[in-house]
Design a protein around this ligand. Structure first.
Ligand code: G3P
Ligand code: CA
Length: 301
């Protein structure tokens, strides 16, 4: 009996070693490390997703200020354009989930960002919803927080020497938004670490044609990966981009290894769990978008 147990233990140990070696052969971490180093990105790269959006209302100045208090490398922001042309930081296409728009203007038929002027949007409270939805994390200071502009976010990033990871959200709705964003960055003389990101390859192509030296990351969600296949997406885009931002479950060694061999860094979204961070890091991921940068700090800094 003892012999069988020790044989079994030995087999398990051998299997474990084979697994470790296989992962390292499929996805050797050093490629991503070198690619990140070439871009001057800390490795692994920690990206505060909509600020520290677990602790404070997403995309608000408070959520971004909180991110400064952690060792994050980038502030992640979704950008859209108001009816009168102001570039603002806001995730959803419409205002309903994270603002009091439907209480303030109950008569409106739609609440799309692009239907409102900046002055109108400034009347909104985009903090109180958080207190109602997450009473255990609520804070009276969150009541009445306002939508912020890209200009304000740039100022914060400059003051604290922190990078910006800027996403064009629904760029089809906002023709020319890439030029608008670059103009604002230039007006503010932003010289920190910068990444443009989008689910739209067309939008990244537009960034490339205007400012080719800034890294571009193509976001990949589950639906697209299932419809087209991860490798096909990489094959058709890798000459146009610097990296990919796949949804977490795509962060397996064979996918990460494939992207690395095509010269692309891999930043996974949105990873809010210590075990997942450890595992995906082991699989070769070069960084994480996270609502909880404290976890990444504890693990990697
Ligand atoms: O930008 C990375 C991640 O934020 C993409 O998903 O919907 O949160 O913008 P989403
Ligand atoms: Ca985003």
């Amino acid at each position: 009996m003892k012999k069988i147990i020790s044989l079994l233990s030995l087999s398990l140990l051998v299997l474990f070693i084979i697994l470790i070696l296989a992962v390292k052969i499929i996805s050797p971490g050093r490629i991503g490390q070198q690619l990140s180093k070439d871009l001057n990105f800390p490795h692994p790269t920690i990206i505060a997703h909509r600020g520290v959006s677990y602790e404070a209302p997403e995309s608000t100045m408070m959520a971004y200020e909180l991110a400064i208090t952690y060792s994050v490398d980038f502030l992640e922001a979704d950008l859209q354009r108001t009816k009168d042309g102001v570039i603002i930081v806001f995730h959803d296409d419409d205002l309903k989930r994270t603002s009091n728009a439907s209480d303030l203007w109950p008569e409106k038929e739609t609440y799309a960002i692009s239907d409102f002027t900046f002055d109108e949007l400034q009347q909104l409270d985009i903090g109180s919803w958080f207190n109602l939805q997450y009473p255990e994390r609520s804070n009276p200071l969150y009541e009445g927080l306002s939508i912020i502009t890209l200009h304000e976010l740039i100022e914060l990033a400059q003051q604290h020497h922190i990078g910006l990871y800027l996403e064009t959200k629904s760029p089809d709705k906002y023709p020319g938004i890439e030029q608008d964003i670059i103009d604002i960055l230039h007006q503010n003389q932003f010289e920190g670490l910068l990444v443009f990101q989008s689910f739209s390859l067309e939008s990244l192509k537009a960034f490339k044609s205007i400012q080719p030296d800034t890294p571009r990351v193509l976001l990949i969600n589950r639906d697209r990966a299932q419809a087209e296949g991860f490798k096909n997406i990489i094959d058709e885009s890798y000459t146009l981009i610097t990296g990919v931002g796949p949804v977490g479950y795509l962060g397996l060694p064979h996918n990460i290894g494939y992207a690395h061999r095509k010269g692309l860094i891999v930043h996974l979204y949105t990873i809010n769990d210590t075990l997942q961070m450890r595992l995906f890091r082991y699989f070769g991921a070069d960084g994480f978008f996270t609502d909880k940068p404290a976890l990444a700090n504890d693990l990697f800094r």
